[in-house]
Design a protein. Sequence first.
Length: 202
Amino acid sequence: MTEHQSDDRLLEHDYDGIREYDNPMPRWWLYIFWATIAYSILYYFNVPGIGIGKGRIAAYDADVAEAAALATKNNPFATVNDGVILAAAKDPAKLALGKTTFSTTCSACHRADGGGVIGPNLADDYWIHGGKPLEILKTVTEGVTAKGMPPWGRMLTPDQILSVVAYVTTLQGTNPPNPKAPQGVRADSTSPTPAAARGPAK
Ligand code: HEC
């Protein structure tokens, strides 16, 4: 190794005067090469003490479970269903909070009695985004920004949102005077609002 010149070995062949050496790889290079092979085996099995230790698949599963738990934790409505909202609509305390929230936050656009002005009538049977309790919850939390309905998810507390949605479900059939013309689809059908019932262009 000391005299690397002495390692030089000319190969027999000769292509139009071009000849080549066949020298062994330097030792340091080979050590690194072997080390990478050894490491790749350890890495493949993800043995404890190297990498994360539990094995790649277990580690991935743990990450996925953690992400799912976080999503549930951050979504205050993860366990809410239609029944929970309808039950809140029978709870006087929730209804009172819902009514207060509605008159302070929603009435400017939907009118104090829900009959509609800038926003649609919430007391009729017609819905643009669906009239099931969970659908109303979704419209209220996410809003319809392009159409002027703000997303309330971060502006109100979860309790206020649940209560105001519960309150909205109680507006059905209250027949407020001079209501805004129906918009959307009748709750009990999938057909669009009949032309005669459709109000002026939104
Ligand atoms: C700045 C005006 C404005 C305010 C304030 C407002 N909304 Fe709306 N809202 C709208 C508009 C406009 C629409 C119609 C969106 C569309 O055309 O897609 C709407 C739609 C809705 C719908 C869906 C109606 C349907 O037919 O599907 C619900 C439910 C609703 N609002 C509830 C609320 C509640 C509850 C609040 C108070 C927390 C509120 N809104 C506050 C303007 C408003």
